[in-house]
Write a protein that binds this ligand. Structure first.
Ligand SMILES: NC(=O)c1ccc[n+]([C@@H]2O[C@H](COP(=O)([O-])OP(=O)(O)OC[C@H]3O[C@@H](n4cnc5c(N)ncnc54)[C@H](O)[C@@H]3O)[C@@H](O)[C@H]2O)c1
Length: 270
């Protein structure tokens, strides 16, 4: 049974890289990968910052934690930075992932090709519905939850994705953790309790929509003549604000909100 919550300082457990920097690494990697695909050899901090949606001074500071300083007048070597950031995020190795709950969302995730291209291999699909057992989804036969522990052990899985109804999520989480899972991506709208050493990231698209609704409401108010307010991320504190949320399915071995559940980078300070 999982008990307690993690409370870690806001630095990565590897080499003391700040969690806010770790949260931006996937944004840099996405921009760099696009440059690499276009065979662009070098990039300036300003160009890369703009492509990643980050301020360039912050980018240079972030890269200094990686020991990457670029060359004056030339910029950063794109391929080398892709390698460095991938290595820092633990993406130079293959990560087997299990998805639990193969309904609408679980099936969509299983069919998402972006996992494999980013180093995450869907090792197994697990569901409690006996009617689903053996049925292929994205070419992988769904396995029953009775097999959960064996599947995780046989495949050496350390990352689990929960896409069950909220009411089942804690119980699924407890079984995953007891079976050896140490990182969980939770799509169920519930706060999970995990023991020390287990990282949880929560994805909730409805929270993102609620934030957009908030801004829409304010824009409507401004059009009606209300004084314009400052948005989060604007003004003097903007430089310390977290980046926009990475893609909903981005996973890192060293999650920015280690051990917490329900904190999206878009809405929580680093
Ligand atoms: N985070 C987001 O942005 C987001 C978006 C959509 C849905 N959701 C959430 O994702 C979850 C799944 O949504 P859905 O539309 O795919 O639901 P769904 O009902 O289509 O699928 C849920 C699946 O979980 C299985 N399941 C139930 N209990 C289980 C257990 N104990 N162990 C293993 N499998 C179990 C069911 O058999 C079913 O196949 C829900 O919690 C939903 O609220 C989140």
């Amino acid at each position: 049974m999982a008990t307690g919550r993690n409370h870690r300082p806001a630095t990565s457990r590897s080499r003391g890289i700040p969690e806010a920097t770790v949260a931006r690494l996937p944004l840099y990697l996405r921009a760099l990968t696009a440059l690499s695909e276009r065979s662009v050899p070098t990039v300036s901090s300003e160009e890369l910052a703009s492509a990643a949606g980050v301020n360039s001074a912050k980018l240079r500071k972030d890269f200094s934690y990686l020991g990457s300083y670029g060359t004056r007048g030339v910029g950063y070597d794109v391929e080398y930075l892709v390698y460095q950031i991938s290595r820092e995020l633990g993406l130079t190795q293959d990560w087997p992932v299990v998805i639990v709950g193969i309904g609408n969302l679980g099936a969509a995730l299983a069919n998402y090709g972006g996992f494999a291209s980013r180093g995450f291999r869907v090792a197994a699909l697990i569901d409690a519905d006996p009617g689903l057992a053996g049925k292929p989804v994205a070419g992988i036969p769904v396995q029953h939850t009775d097999e959960l522990e064996k599947i995780i052990s046989d495949n050496g899985v350390s990352i689990g994705v929960i896409a069950t109804p909220a009411g089942a999520a804690q119980q699924v989480c407890d079984r995953l953790v007891a079976a050896g899972i140490t990182s969980i991506l939770n799509f169920a709208p519930t706060v999970l309790s995990v023991p020390e050493g287990v990282d949880v990231r929560k994805v909730d698209l409805s929270i993102e929509l609620q934030i957009l609704a908030f801004h829409e409401q304010r824009k409507a108010g401004e059009e009606l003549g209300a004084p314009p307010g400052r948005r989060p991320g604007e003004g003097p504190e903007a430089d310390t604000a977290p980046p926009a949320a990475p893609p909903a399915v981005a996973v890192t071995k060293r999650p920015p909100e280690s051990g917490t559940d329900g904190d999206l980078p878009a809405v929580m300070p680093a």
